[in-house]
Design a protein around this ligand. Structure first.
Ligand SMILES: *Cc1c(COP(=O)(O)O)cnc(C)c1O
Length: 413
């Protein structure tokens, strides 16, 4: 960053500082990852200079000789990777992608059925704080109070009762795989569109470590920057019959010009995801979270659903002497970064709930395996037991940094 350091040392120094933080910490925020240098170079390229409203062959500005090739490449790689009929790679991120789906299929006031936010759903699945809950009649399904699992019978009941136009499957904090076939059957019973938001687990689907929603869903959205390990962005994948409606909803429905530098970064990330090594990465993500879950449970931690079969775990801290926020803050001080999270039947408020959420994608990218995950679990136990003892936390932070020095993020995947 020689030019940036010279022109704007303030911003350059902040980037450097964040780079050091990312290197020195065990990053376990379930929605994050670390991208390759190749993805970064594409994303930081001169492609940011170009306007290209519209789609290949139908743009509103001239000079698209190269951009059309880049967007077509990203689309064809996404189709190959996920086996989708049609792909739109222009959404600026996951939230606008979801908004475009609503715009394509329903009108304000129509009913949608999605997972409740405190139970692991996303804001855009009908939360009252979001446009999805303000403009639509949002009905929410909750997890089974006792098992923490999705109750498909309950979803079916709600669907029959409320006749939603769209059923949303997908989550930001659910540690289990989803039964897309069952979602499809429920949607068919009430004539609803089945919309799967695979933002969190798209990388697992791509690498064969999670069932694919593509054969079942009418439309699938994803972010590109979580387990999929690309730049920040979004994609919509759908059946051919919905292609026109989806494209129109993205542009001109809710967006203007696509972020071409991001499209190129997505194309690069998709090339990585198509390589055989990506299957190992996806499988290792799950092995890592299962190792973490196993050691934590041996140490007396209560995990929502008593385990995991994806990239994340949700720890219910109610049998420990600490709240979610206190634990998350103590862990951060000890060099382990995660977030506090509500758990099913939480009696505490969302800004200081009873749980914490942790994911293994970033650590897997860094080369952490079962051995390191066991060590991480032991540190987590020590932090939670000693959450108010600063000397203990600072000592763990030193040990964390030593391990991180041995495992830098590789530049190429
Ligand atoms: C992260 C996430 C999104 C939104 O992504 P942004 O890129 O932050 O807008 C949408 N849906 C789910 C399920 C997510 O986890």
């Amino acid at each position: 960053m020689s030019v940036l350091s010279q022109f704007d040392p303030e911003v350059a120094s902040y980037i450097k500082e964040e780079e050091t933080r990312q290197h020195d910490k065990i990053r376990m925020i379930a929605s994050e990852n670390s991208v390759s240098k190749a993805v970064m170079e594409a994303t930081g390229s001169i492609l940011t200079n170009k306007y290209s409203e519209g789609y290949t062959g139908k743009r509103y500005y001239e000079g698209q000789q190269v951009i059309d090739k880049i967007e077509d490449l990203a689309i064809s790689r996404a189709k190959e990777l996920f086996g989708a009929d049609h792909v739109n790679v222009q959404p600026y991120s996951g939230s606008p992608a979801n908004l475009a789906v609503y715009l394509a299929f329903i009108k304000p006031g129509d009913t949608i059925l999605g997972m409740a936010l405190p139970h692991g759903g996303h804001l855009t699945h009908g939360s009252r704080a979001s446009i999805s809950g303000k403009y639509f009649n949002a009905v929410s399904y909750e997890l089974d109070e006792n098992t923490g699992l999705i109750s498909y019978d309950r979803i079916e009941e709600l669907a029959l009762q409320h006749k939603p136009k769209i059923i949303v499957a997908g989550h930001s904090a659910y540690p289990r795989q989803l039964d897309f076939k069952r979602f499809r059957e429920i949607a068919d019973k009430v004539g609803a569109i089945l919309f799967v938001d695979m933002a969190h687990f798209a990388g697992l689907v791509a690498g064969g470590a999670h069932p694919s929603p593509i054969p079942y869903a009418d439309v699938v959205t994803t972010t590109t920057h979580k387990t999929l390990r690309g730049p920040r962005g979004g994609m919509i994948l759908c059946k051919e019959e919905y292609a026109k409606a989806i494209d129109k909803a993205v542009f001109p429905g809710i967006q203007g010009g696509p972020h071409n530098h991001t499209t190129a970064g997505i194309a690069v990330a998709l090339k990585e995801a198509l390589s055989p090594k990506f299957k190992d990465y996806a499988a290792q993500i799950v092995k890592n979270s299962q190792t973490l879950a196993k050691v934590l449970m041996e140490k007396g931690f209560k995990l929502v659903t008593d385990g995991t079969d994806n990239h994340l775990i949700l720890i219910d801290l109610r049998n420990k002497d600490v709240t979610g926020k206190q634990a998350a803050k103590a862990l951060d001080r000890a060099g382990i970064v995660c977030n506090y999270n509500t758990v099913p039947k939480d009696d505490r408020k969302a800004f200081d709930p009873s749980g914490i959420r942790m994911g293994t994608a970033t650590l897997t990218t860094r080369g952490f395996k079962e051995e390191e995950m066991t060590q991480v679990a032991l540190w987590i136990d020590k932090v939670v037991t000693n959450w108010d003892k600063e000397e203990v936390l600072d000592q763990i932070a030193k040990e964390v940094k030593e391990l991180c020095n041995k495992k830098p993020v590789p530049e190429m995947f």
